[in-house]
Design a protein around this ligand. Structure first.
Ligand code: SAM
Length: 339
């Protein structure tokens, strides 16, 4: 059924997905996202009073759902470091109209929390995992976190019914290319889909170079050389990953080619930052403040109206422009708006 309130942006794109960053904090220091040099002991994280409360997050999500959002993903920072997250999940799972309620996590705390999250109504989890050997994994998370605890988290999520699980793996040239094959071998035939992500420029780690990106086409070739693959048609408009199926029936992989093949034309995603700003693009430098309206006594109807106006004026297609190389684009604040 088409939602009578559905709003389209200036390029005809509906708002379908909302990513909610529930905290700007993380217990990992992955060099491609929250490098230690920037997010060290002196880094000023948001004071608690500036972070949206569960009440405020619920209000914002309800407003977005009224305008057509059907998929809500909780992210961060690391969402599981936010206390009582299952309480938020319980509130959101009661909202009518959400077809898909998911969580993206590094899974470091998932083993202990998976069951409570499932009981609260979470549908699925996506786990970020960049390597299966401790040496590489610890070098990438930069806090010495062992990979086995992430695998335990994945096991617990499966046991709690939070599948089908997706694995997100960022591939960096010279760092974890061997993980392409390792992850394919480990997860084929298990029902868990690995999605390989091209390494994007996040600005803070001034080291980003195009040479560090392993293009999606190369990732697909690497896997196909071992296990033949066939492309799969997208399930729906705006699907982020291009999917491939193992020819022998052992499941699927996905690649997310935001650098080599940007996909703005179909982008139906909005992002809510931990401090209540709505970003209509991962590369947008400016968010629209929803928190002020909520804290200044705005009604739910005012909130819906504000969201509608923001979305109706949306014209972002930054990553396409980036690939044309015509403009100097802002860098992504991945840790802030949740990837
Ligand atoms: N802490 C959670 C996690 O690890 O999944 C959620 C937040 S994290 C910012 C969300 C996703 O963004 C992760 O899958 C992460 O790998 C991805 N990401 C972060 N920095 C990236 C970069 N520079 N390029 C590509 N993906 C990146």
């Amino acid at each position: 059924m088409t939602n009578p309130l559905t709003v389209l942006d200036t390029l005809g794109r509906p708002m379908r997905d909302l990513r909610v960053s529930v905290t700007d904090r993380c217990n990992f220091r992955c060099g491609y996202c929250m490098p230690k040099e920037v997010f060290g002991p002196d880094h000023a994280f948001l004071p608690r009073a500036e972070v949206l409360t569960f009440d405020e997050i619920e209000r914002a999500v309800r407003a977005a759902v009224a305008l057509g959002v059907r998929k809500v993903r909780l992210t961060g920072g690391e969402p599981l470091v936010r206390r009582d997250l299952d309480g938020l999940v319980r509130r959101l799972s009661a909202i009518e109209g959400i077809d898909d309620l998911t969580l993206t996590t590094n899974a470091s705390l998932l083993a202990a929390k998976a069951q409570a999250l499932a009981d609260a109504g979470l549908h699925r989890v996506t786990v970020s995992l960049d390597a299966l050997d401790d040496e590489t994994f610890m070098r990438m998370n930069d806090v010495g976190f062992p990979v086995q605890r992430v695998l335990d988290g994945i096991g617990a999520a499966e046991a709690a019914g939070l599948g089908p699980i997706k694995i997100n793996a960022v591939i960096r040239r010279g760092m974890n290319e061997h993980a392409i094959g390792d992850l394919a071998d480990r997860f084929r035939g298990t029902g868990t889909t690995v999605r390989y992500i091209e390494y994007m420029d996040v600005g803070h780690s001034n080291g980003w170079r195009l040479d560090d990106v392993v293009p999606a086409a190369e990732i697909v070739e690497t896997i196909a050389a071992r296990w033949p693959l066939d492309p799969v048609d997208p399930d729906y408009r705006g699907e982020v990953a291009q999917r491939y199926r193992y020819r022998d029936g052992a499941g699927e992989i996905g690649v997310i080619s935001s650098v080599s093949q940007p996909f703005c034309g179909d982008c139906t995603r909005a992002r809510l930052s931990a401090d209540g700003r709505l970003f209509t693009c991962l590369f947008a430098t400016r968010g629209h403040d929803l928190r002020m309206l909520m804290r200044d006594g705005g009604t739910d109807a005012d909130l819906v109206e504000l969201l509608r106006t923001i979305w109706a004026g949306r014209d972002d297609r930054y990553s396409e422009l980036r690939s044309l190389d015509t403009v100097d684009l802002p860098k992504v604040e991945m840790s802030f708006i949740g990837g």
